[in-house]
Design a protein around this ligand. Structure first.
Ligand SMILES: NC(=O)C1=CN([C@@H]2O[C@H](COP(=O)(O)OP(=O)(O)OC[C@H]3O[C@@H](n4cnc5c(N)ncnc54)[C@H](O)[C@@H]3O)[C@@H](O)[C@H]2O)C=CC1
Ligand SMILES: O=c1[nH]c(=O)c2[nH]c(=O)[nH]c2[nH]1
Length: 614
């Protein structure tokens, strides 16, 4: 394989070009940044769960010829994984001298920081959202982008309040009022939605209204210039640069390979059968750092085009195994809009499951193949791949490919039907058929960014015979109840051929209890709770399917309205809080809601805590 004979490994950090020397394959992006003195990015949990190490990565997507911006956890990102990319840390967003970014200003003035440790991470998640959105984000998108950031002292209310001002407003709320005058004689402006003197009656007339909806924040203490004039651009050098393979070393004999074609990757796999393949490194990184596993040869498959391919055709969707989970979510959202509703029941189930899968920073780097091949017994997605009749395409070092149904791929605890000379190439998800329904389930301690206690994927394919519906095929799969994602085979068998009615529900609930056995003392604990979850998931599935088929065939017996909450999706609520407190003037700041003195430093400054390493 042609290696990086002529190529120097580089990246940009906050607009500054950096040559990446050989010998740093053991290093994370976080360690590198902090070694540069950029200590605003923090090391919190070190496993992608708290968001205090969030930075924004910008890369050039050669396929769409656009720059993409996304938040990542620097604590898990291997340094060389951002080769050829631009990394913006909190120090590159806004600065006391250059002026705070409006996000930073808003967070500081809304009392959104207390100890300040998590603050840069929150700013970076929100910054990446703003830079990657064409329009102002919705409040739901803001909440979603912050799901991977934890705060332990300030509280989320002031943080969300600080960022909510960047959300789009519902213009319809205001345009309906466009002809109304307030009692004091002034108008509601259809453009800004605020009392205004521009006199416009319609949104288009008001387009020129220069009374901003959100008062612009003073951006620079020094020259008052608008912040957008100072936003770091994507370095032109990186637009022109050709993607080339890399081979770089690190401590303890680690070698990092970055193949850029499937052929390169398969050759490497043939030469180094024990090499560890990685993409997002969100699992391998934890194995190496926290579990101290050693992988001397690392092959980053993230940039292999064949593993990132997308193919939507008449039978379904085929996605490359290195596709990031956030890309998968975008793809599913797109096809759900474009395809007939009955074809996308499985896609909708994946959308709901992915919404609550880890945090945004993880989903931006973790790939489909990483989740499948880790074969975690609590994987949120594997029960769904199994239930929705997905097929996995495996390729060996000689280029021979084979397909295996997802339901047969998982063999035991973190054990899959794949040899050491094979890799997962792609995943095929068939469209669902009329009267075929797929549903996801997940119960965790908290909704956002948490591992499931029990999860599941269920599918039923119904057939109409006269006025009745019979089960032609079914898949019932649970996670979190066994060492692997578990098919409830006896339940599946019981369902097939049965009439879809309340007797079927009662019979299935009985069989599930013997089909899914969680023994006393089983890993994970909470045995009774987990058992009851397996039953309640099926109960919800029954109600949900019944509700849907009732829309198609109203003769099917339905259920009382009091059960409707079981079939409704859980939205991501926009959290609104209010705090009332008495201000007691004592001649000092004590008791007054004043912005604390460190706030403006915490939102940009590389504060280094005494307990922190460099
Ligand atoms: N750290 C965290 O907070 C979270 C971690 N995860 C984990 O993230 C993983 C998702 O993916 P990545 O970060 O991209 O995984 P990764 O790069 O850490 O790789 C995970 C495993 O999958 C294997 N693998 C990846 N692609 C493969 C392919 N095409 N063929 C054969 N083997 C392949 C790797 O060799 C490795 O054993 C999941 O395994 C999940 O368990 C998920 C949510 C949160
Ligand atoms: O499938 C998963 N979903 C998660 O939400 C999660 N979180 C985690 O650490 N691992 C996993 N795996």
């Amino acid at each position: 394989m042609e290696q990086n004979e002529f190529m120097e490994a580089i990246m940009y950090v906050n607009g500054v070009r950096r040559v990446l020397p050989d010998g740093l394959a053991h290093m994370t992006l976080l360690e590198y940044l902090r070694d540069l003195g950029l200590t605003g990015t923090k090391l919190g949990c070190g496993e992608g769960g708290c968001g205090s190490c969030t930075v924004m990565v910008s890369s050039y997507d050669r396929e769409s010829k656009t720059c993409v911006h996304y938040a990542v956890n620097a604590c898990l990102a291997p340094l060389y994984s951002v080769e050829g990319m631009h990394v913006i840390s909190i120090e590159g967003v806004g600065h006391r001298k250059l002026g705070l970014h409006p996000l930073q200003e808003s967070l500081a003035s809304s009392h959104g920081s207390q100890c300040g440790f998590c603050t840069p991470g929150f700013v970076m998640s929100m910054y990446a959202l703003l830079r990657s959105s064409k329009n102002s984000p919705s409040e739901e998108e803001i909440e979603e982008c912050l799901a991977g950031n934890l705060c332990r002292c300030t509280g989320y209310r002031p943080i969300i309040d600080a960022f909510r001002v960047f959300a789009k407003s519902d213009d319809a709320l205001y345009s309906g009022l466009s002809s109304l005058s307030l009692q004091d004689g002034s108008n509601i402006c259809p453009s800004t939605g605020k009392p205004c003197s521009c006199g416009s009656k319609t949104t288009s007339e008001a387009a020129t209204c220069n009374e901003d909806r959100f008062q612009s924040i003073s951006y620079s203490d020094i020259d008052g210039a608008k912040y957008t004039d100072k936003e770091l651009i994507f370095p032109p050098e990186l637009l022109l640069r050709k993607l080339a393979p890399l081979k770089l070393g690190g401590n303890e004999g680690i070698t990092w390979y970055r193949p850029v074609s499937l052929q390169n990757l398969l050759e490497l796999k043939a030469n180094f059968p024990d090499a560890k393949l990685l993409v997002g490194n969100t699992e391998v990184g934890i194995e190496m750092r926290l579990k101290r596993l050693q992988y001397p040869v690392l092959i980053s498959a993230a940039q292999v085009p064949e593993l990132n391919a997308l193919n939507v055709n008449d039978n379904g969707i085929e996605v490359g195994s290195a596709l990031r989970l956030s890309e998968l979510l975008r793809l599913f959202r797109k096809v759900v809009k474009e395809r007939p509703a009955h074809e996308t029941s499985a896609c909708k189930a994946f959308i709901e499951q992915l919404k609550w899968f880890a945090g945004t920073q993880i989903r931006n780097v973790a790939c489909i193949g990483g989740n499948i091949c880790t074969a975690s017994p609590i994987s949120d997605l594997n029960p769904l791949w199994m239930a929705s009749r997905a097929e996995f395409r495996i390729i060996n070092c000689n280029g021979d490919a084979r397909s295996i149904p997802a339901k047969d791929f998982f063999l035991g605890y973190r054990k899959v039907d794949m040899g050491s000379n094979e890799i997962l190439l792609s995943v095929f998800l068939p469209w669902t058929r009329p009267l075929e329904y797929v549903k996801e389930f997940k119960q965790a301690h908290r909704r956002d960014d948490d591992i499931a206690i029990v999860n599941g994927g269920m599918r039923v394919f119904l057939e109409e015979k006269g006025q009745q519906l019979f089960v032609s095929d079914a898949s019932i799969v649970y996670g979190g109840v066994a060492p692997l994602s578990l098919r409830a085979r006896n339940t599946e068998e019981l369902l097939i051929g049965k009439n879809w009615n309340k007797c079927l529900l009662q019979d299935a609930l009985k069989v599930i209890q013997s089909d899914v056995l969680i023994k006393e003392g089983a890993p994970g604990g909470m045995v009774e709770f987990r058992k009851s979850l397996t039953l309640s998931f099926f109960f919800k599935f029954f109600l949900w399917v019944t509700h849907h088929v009732n829309n198609v065939n109203p003769t099917i017996e339905t259920f009382p309205p009091s059960h409707m909450s079981a079939v409704q999706l859980v939205p991501r609520f926009s959290r609104i809080g209010k705090q009332d407190y008495e201000t007691v003037k004592q001649g000092t700041s004590v008791g007054l809601p004043e912005v604390h003195l460190s706030a403006r430093m915490q939102v940009f400054w590389s504060i280094c805590w005494l307990a922190e390493g460099p």
